[in-house]
Design a protein around this ligand. Structure first.
Ligand code: ADP
Length: 588
């Protein structure tokens, strides 16, 4: 339904109030006036009745009823009202307004109101419709008991038309004035309503503009009324809303920037457990195609553990933390916090690296323990046997002592390699700490160290390195790399074989290679041999004095110097052996 305009409503209200204010008193005045006029008319009728009675008293006796009727007719004509005399039984004896011959035909008047009243009280009056004359009359009746006239009730009837004419002319004037007042007040109300409506329309427009986010629109109501004060309040309110909206928008943007900048995935759940908002990082974790919004966590993570935790946090718990393994070998720590007004915040923190490091640490401790326990057990066993004096005197004692020394050396090697590796890992290698180094000199130095083993196995070293190959490196580290690779090549090669050392230039790098004709490394092990304590054949490596850390040290050292290390087994165009390559930069 279309609502009625404010101005129309105001006008209708004015009219209603006006009608009530004018009509009620008017009706009351009219009623009172009518009553007074009728009262006066009745009083007048009684006066006239008494006058006729007095005239009758003064009159000599009438001969008969006919003369009496004629006197009544004469008097009625003079006085211009009806005079009637009714006998005790109700029969009409004389009537000024009825022809003589019709008088006997008139109804019995005993039941007329004023006649009954007069009989009872002596005199009475009434206003009613005359059946005889067919019009409204004011009747006044009085008992007569005079010697000169017939006894009964004397009645005068004055036409009501005079009273009614007075009343109707009064009513006409009254309604006329009322109409004029109504027109004038309607006009005034219309002008007033328009004046009142104008600021209200302005206020409505301003409020609508504020609602639409247009806070610049200022209200300007000049008249010093409540409306001008209201306009000041609305302007003030618009300013404050603008300020608050700007503040909230700023905070929202800051929050969004923080959320978007976070590495942790964040999602907001509504009270029904559906995703309400997410940050960018979450889309990397979940399957948000095309968006996660409106879905349940189960649908996007395909993980019942996460869904159960979300249900729990929405129903009972305040805070929840769990570790969830996810696809691609990732592990997430999921923190769920309930929002007091409903819903929850869920934060996904990638702890895959932490978990991996923890596993590496555990493996490392286990490996070190294992590496040290084997020679230690052996040392303990042989040493305990040697405690026996009788045994010490036998020929085997020397070999036992040698085994103890060998195992002690093994342990010493493991510990020094471990220390070397730890040093390398802790070292923060800065580029400016690297200098041009002669790789050939470094190789020669490493070869010196390995010379006893080379001689022992009668291995031929073919050195294809120039006199001066300059690489950007740390001298000691480079010697260590050469030593470890050469040591491996010698240990894993049969006697009387050849080891080749060479260099190739590739872009800005020099690739150095050490190739042997040894046992070679199966393809499936090639990726892992650079890991700590990883060996293809544990027992053989240990027996040959290996610690399982040599290649790991090489990889760390090469990487610290900005290079790379890899293996090819067997080398190109060869059926056996392996070649270890590592690259280093030529200049800074
Ligand atoms: P280790 O002290 O046992 O040699 P490394 O880390 O130096 O430990 O080498 C890891 C493993 O790689 C060795 O145990 C061995 O199985 C394999 N390996 C390394 N170098 C060679 C090579 N030149 N020929 C064959 N196998 C090798």
């Amino acid at each position: 339904m279309k609502s009625i305009r404010f101005r129309t409503r105001l006008l209708l209200s004015f009219w209603f109030i006006l009608l009530l204010a004018l009509c009620l008193p008017a009706y009351y005045i009219f009623q009172t006036l009518e009553k007074d006029i009728y009262k006066e008319a009745k009083a007048n009728a009684l006066t006239q009745l008494n006058f006729v009675h007095w005239l009758l008293e003064e009159k000599p006796a009438f001969e008969d009823n006919l003369t009496f009727d004629r006197w009544c007719k004469k008097l009625g004509k003079q006085l211009k009202y009806r005079i009637t005399v009714i006998a005790a039984g109700g029969r009409v004896i004389a009537d000024s307004d009825v022809p003589e011959n019709r008088i006997p035909l008139l109804d019995n008047h005993a039941d007329r109101e004023e006649i009954i009243g007069a009989r009872k009280l002596g005199q009475a009056s009434s206003i009613r419709y005359s059946i005889t004359l067919k019009r409204k009359l004011i009747y006044a009746a009085k008992n007569i008991n005079l010697p000169n006239a017939p006894s009964g009730v004397l009645r005068v009837a004055i036409p009501l038309s005079t009273v009614e004419t007075r009343l109707s002319s009064f009513a006409h004037r009254f309604w006329g004035i009322l109409f004029v007042i109504f027109i004038i007040t309607t006009l005034l109300s219309f002008i007033l309503a328009r004046k009142l409506e104008s600021p209200i329309i302005q206020i409505i427009q301003a409020a609508t503009a504020i609602g639409d986010g247009n806070y610049e629109k200022q209200l300007d109501i000049e008249t010093n009324t409540e409306f001008s004060r209201l306009s000041i309040c609305i302007n003030d309110m618009a300013d404050k809303i603008q300020l608050n909206v700007a503040m909230i928008t700023g905070q929202k943007q800051e929050l969004e920037a923080v959320l978007e900048g976070m590495q942790e995935g964040v999602m907001l759940l509504d009270e029904n457990g559906k995703i309400k908002a997410t940050n960018q990082a979450l889309t990397w974790i979940a399957k948000c195609v095309p968006s996660c919004i409106g879905h349940r966590p189960m649908e996007v993570f395909l993980n019942p553990e996460i869904q159960d935790a979300c249900n729990e946090i929405l129903n009972e718990k305040e805070h929840l933390r769990l570790k969830v393994p996810m696809p691609n070998d990732t592990v997430y720590e999921v923190n769920l916090v309930k929002i007091p007004d409903g819903g929850a915040v869920v934060v996904f923190h990638d702890i895959s690296e932490l978990v991996r490091l923890e596993k590496v640490r555990q493996d490392f401790v286990a490996n070190v323990s294992h590496e040290l326990r084997t020679p230690l057990t052996s040392i303990k066993g042989y040493a305990e046997t040697l405690l026996d004096e009788k045994f010490r005197a036998t020929d085997q004692a020397d070999s036992f002592v040698n085994t103890i020394v060998k195992n002690a050396n093994q342990m010493s090697n493991v510990v020094s390699d471990l220390l070397e590796l730890t040093k390398l890992q802790q070292k923060q290698q800065k580029p400016d700490q690297l200098f041009p180094v002669n790789a050939t000199t470094c190789f020669n130095s490493a070869m010196e160290t390995c010379m006893p083993m080379i001689k022992e196995k009668n291995i031929r070293i073919t050195n294809h390195l120039n006199d001066s190959i300059i690489v950007v490196a740390e001298e000691n580290a480079l010697i260590q790399i050469f030593r470890n690779l050469l040591d491996n090549a010698i240990r894993h090669s049969p006697p009387e074989t050849k080891i080749l050392v060479f260099a190739q230039k590739k872009d800005n790098n020099i690739v150095l290679g050490i190739q042997d004709e040894g046992t070679g490394i199966p393809l499936r092990h090639q990726k892992r041999i650079f890991e700590r304590f990883y060996r293809v054949d544990k027992e053989r490596s240990r027996a040959s004095g290996g610690t399982g850390l040599g290649l790991s040290i090489c990889r760390n050292a090469v990487q610290k110097m900005g290079g790379n290390i890899w293996v090819k087994s067997p080398p190109d165009d060869q059926s056996k052996g392996s070649v270890f390559y590592f690259s280093l930069r030529v200049r800074k």
